[in-house]
Design a protein around this ligand. Structure first.
Ligand code: T5A
Length: 225
């Protein structure tokens, strides 16, 4: 991207920041989805209108891409490159057609997973070159970033145990423990790279302890008057 168009992109991104964009990230069974309601309630308590979404997915087209990504096909396996490209296709669609317009209206948008998941799963889990991921991110969403990322850091084994009871595991959930350990490393590394917006929650603890940690972060970042 040229200097001028990069500047224009940054301006466009900050112009839509009347609202607040919060993402919940972490490995399988980390407790993201279970804590979405708590984050929503807290932000509504501050007087915001809140919309929740998820990745991959969140719009009609992006949900179709999600279905390709998460359905295991015994006849033809999805290669890692296609997986990465589809994640970014879904993200570009979600950001442009849903998240940015909502932020422009001053709403809070909470997303169950976002770009840090690609860094962790496709970068560390699949081993795709991180510079290539950076380039694709630039194409798909430019400099668009969350205002706050809550990283639910869970040990691979603990997370897998929590979802063990699920009857149908999706294509990615069927990966090995070694894969999820690399993913965890990727999340922690990604949080370091985004230290200004990322808060790490110890998600190995009890449900109530995790909830309290989430509330403490929200109170620090968005204090009640
Ligand atoms: N993906 C996604 C990529 O590879 N790259 C990307 O860029 C993106 C965006 C999405 C898949 O796509 C991959 C990652 C994923 O594999 P999904 O259906 O959205 O899949 O699934 P997950 O987000 O992984 O959902 P999970 O349900 O597995 O994890 P959650 O949401 O973190 O866990 P949650 O809240 O559903 O909790 C799981 C269970 O644990 C219990 C809950 O009650 C629930 O039963 N639990 C706890 N139990 C004890 N103590 C605690 N502290 C607990 N917290 C939760």
């Amino acid at each position: 991207m040229s200097g001028t168009s990069q500047q224009q992109q940054l301006l466009a991104d900050s112009a839509c920041r009347k609202g607040v964009f919060i993402t919940l990230e972490g490995g399988e069974g980390a407790g993201k989805s279970s804590h979405l309601a708590l984050v929503r309630e807290y932000m509504e308590g501050l007087g915001y209108e809140v919309e929740c979404t998820r990745e991959p997915g969140g719009t009609k087209l992006a949900e179709q891409i999600r279905s390709i990504l998460l359905t295991k096909d015994d006849e033809e396996s999805l290669c890692s490159t296609s997986e990465l490209l589809l994640m970014y296709a879904a993200r570009a669609q979600l950001v442009n057609s849903k998240i940015k317009p909502l932020l422009e209206q001053g709403k809070v948008v909470i997303s169950d997973r976002f770009d840090l998941s690609t860094y962790a799963y496709q970068g560390f889990g699949r081993g795709i070159d991180l510079n290539s991921i950076d380039s694709l991110r630039e194409v798909a969403i430019g400099s668009f970033r969350p205002d706050l990322t809550l990283l639910f850091d869970v040990d691979g084994e603990v997370g897998m145990e929590r979802i063990r009871v699920r009857k149908a595991k999706d294509r990615i959930e069927q990966e090995s423990l070694a894969f999820f350990q690399k993913v965890r490393e990727g999340f922690l590394e990604g949080a370091k790279r985004n230290a200004d917006i990322a808060e790490i929650i110890d998600a190995n603890k009890s449900f109530d302890e995790v909830s309290n940690a989430v509330l403490a972060v929200l109170q620090k970042r968005f204090p009640r008057n």
